[in-house]
Design a protein around this ligand. Sequence first.
Ligand code: S3P
Length: 172
Amino acid sequence: MNNISLIGFMGSGKTTIGKRISEIKNLAFYDIDAMIVDEAQKSIADIFDEFGEAHFRLLETNMIKSLKSVKNAVISCGGGAALFDENIRILREISTVVYLQASVDKILANLESLENEDTRPLLLGSEPKAKVERILKIRKPIYMKSCHISVDVTKFNVDEAALKLLGLLERL
Ligand code: S3P
């Protein structure tokens, strides 16, 4: 098995760190959110608005299914992908599943520099910190039980996190 899947909360660095790992190891890179947007020709916020979250989740599962035969790849998953057993079953079958952990403050700092309007409808509105804390509390145990390994990237920049993760994977 030569694939790595990254799961974890929005803004924990799955896309940036995943891309960096794919460059270092010369692996293909698949970003589930970006693939959904490409195929639907709509932003995630528009998909949520027009068809509802449940429809987005169907698209997400279908996209994960479409990767069943990829090899030598890094797969960056949306933060909600791990909440569905079918997704996790497939991801664990085809890859080593890594949970990227980050503190609430790091997540908020990362999110500030990202385009949340289009991609993260769940975090729009007031009190983002309270929202992140509330959702993360519910999801953390799910991320923990879904992953093969977890790595806390709170104190690392993108390069350091990529190298740390690759080091852990080598020791598996
Ligand atoms: C979601 C996370 C987003 C995106 C969608 C839903 C979630 O992906 O899939 O907005 O439920 O956590 P990122 O984790 O890449 O932000």
